[in-house]
Design a binder for this molecule. Structure first.
Ligand SMILES: [Zn+2]
Length: 466
């Protein structure tokens, strides 16, 4: 899953994002391109694809580059959906760090695209193909950088672990990160994780603007509301009707807002984003960043669905069913309520709030799909400083902003198991051209090569100076 932030930037000057189509690529970029191409051209969708083929192809790359066999593991519970885990041994001055990306991609049908989605096409400064921005770019960047470090005989201060996993896009099969944590934690256990699949650096009008660092995310929770009733013949109705009763409850839920929770991340986020906004919105963002209890500013910001989602837990009706015949009183009426829960809020707290709002014992409230415990990752000063340093060195002018995603990524499995996770993708995306999961998915060729260099520098920074 790839999240994007709906941010409106006002820039007086539009500085061109310099790249040349005919740019000469280095040997390292050439390697990065060939690994990217190989990954794009292995179908890893959940219908017809196979992540094991991709995992084995990457394992071969590592073995060919001289990694010992014992440090390259292709593993998973099923033949079709294996993961690959690789380790570079360090001097042990600090605890290992995990670098994460996923191998599987969302479905892509040839007839929906204007080209073959499982070929890497380079056209007019873009790489096209399913997974180019979610997230085979991240896979290829990490593989290339790990191989580069190996070639340089770099000895890190700490073990560097790379995990490319299955099942992120389609977790009804299984999720690779969750499975590795449960069954082979020693393979990926780390002080913290850097995730390629979140925290997109952003381009606006060709200029790098923000370097997001995803430090938390909301958690997914489905709740079922159900009203049961003895029913009867519809020619003799009573006022006590399962559908009406459920509908009354849903109206109450529509009117309810969960309390605002302006946490540390939101305060910093709004404080920095205020610089890119104007007028009342900028004033409200600044106000909230200084006083998280400014009710008026919060109310005005909450009009935007995105800012509202950043501020509070949301629960919304997404599916409805009821009745069994056109001429019978309904014996049951059901609704699915999809909640996106703020970090630090428990499932029980959400259930209690909903029961209170409904105020009707006859509406049964049950959990349809349970929620992971999902604490925010602390704003670890060491990690944030290293990200800041690398960003200032390579991308001067881009502002580092901690963010909370309003959707969900693999970070939840790690955070819920005590491994803080930071989404730090190296590939700059234009938020007006985000094609993740969509038709003709693409990234700028320059963004890809810049990402290779960015992550290489970040890995080295994280592995040095202890
Ligand atoms: Zn993804």
């Amino acid at each position: 899953m790839k999240k994007y932030h709906i941010c409106i930037f006002f820039f007086a000057s539009l500085i061109a994002y310099e790249y040349s189509f005919a740019q000469k690529v280095s040997a390292n970029e050439e390697l990065g391109r060939s690994i990217f191409k190989e990954l794009i051209e292995i179908n890893t969708t959940s219908s017809a694809g196979n992540t094991t083929v991709a995992a084995k192809a990457m394992a071969k790359r590592f073995l060919d580059a001289g990694f010992p066999e014992k440090d390259v593991t292709v593993i998973g519970p099923r033949e079709r959906n294996q993961n690959v885990v690789v380790r570079i041994h360090g001097s042990g001055k600090a605890k290992p760090v995990l670098f994460l990306s996923h191998l599987d991609v969302v479905e892509a049908r040839r007839e929906d695209w204007s080209m073959d989605p499982f070929q890497l096409n380079e056209r007019e400064g873009y790489f096209y193909g399913r997974g180019t921005c979610d997230i085979k770019d991240g896979d290829a960047i990490l593989v290339t950088d790990f191989i580069r470090l190996k070639k340089e005989n770099f000895v890190p201060d700490r073990d560097l672990i790379l995990a490319l996993t299955a099942g992120e896009e389609n977790s009804d099969d299984y999720n690779g990160v969750e499975w590795l944590l449960k069954t082979h934690r020693e393979l990926i256990d780390a002080a913290y994780c850097i995730n390629m699949d979140a925290g997109d650096p952003q381009l606006k009008n060709g200029k790098r603007t923000t370097r997001s660092v995803q430090v938390s995310e909301k958690t997914y929770l489905d709740i079922t509301l159900e009203v049961k009733n003895p029913g009867g013949h519809s020619s003799e109705p009573s006022k006590d009707n399962a559908i009406y009763r459920l509908a009354d409850g849903l109206i109450k839920l529509r009117e309810y807002n969960f309390p605002a929770q302006i946490n540390e991340v939101a305060r910093i986020y709004f404080g920095k984003m205020a610089e890119f906004e104007g007028g009342q919105t900028a004033a409200d963002m600044k106000a909230v960043s200084q006083n998280p209890n400014d009710i008026d500013a919060i109310a005005r910001l909450s009009v935007s669905p995105y800012y509202n989602a950043l501020i509070r837990t949301t629960c919304v009706a997404t599916m409805l069913s009821g009745g069994h015949a056109a001429n019978a009183l309904p014996q049951s009426a059901k609704a699915n309520i999809n909640c996106r829960v703020m970090p630090g809020t428990s499932q029980q707290e959400v259930l209690n709030a909903i029961s209170d709002v409904l105020g009707d014992k006859q509406i049964e409230v049950t959990v349809a799909s349970a929620m992971h415990n999902n604490p925010a990752s602390p704003l670890n000063p060491e990690v944030m400083q290293k990200i800041e340093n690398v960003t200032n060195k390579l991308w001067p002018g881009a502002i580092v902003i901690p963010t909370m995603d309003v959707g969900a990524s693999d970070g939840i499995y790690l955070r819920s198991e005590g491994i803080p996770t930071y989404g730090v993708s190296g590939v700059c995306l234009d938020m007006d051209d985000n094609r993740a999961h969509g038709k003709d998915e693409r990234i700028l060729v320059k963004s890809y090569y810049d990402g290779l260099e960015y992550e290489y520098n970040l890995i080295k920074a994280i592995a040095s100076g202890h």
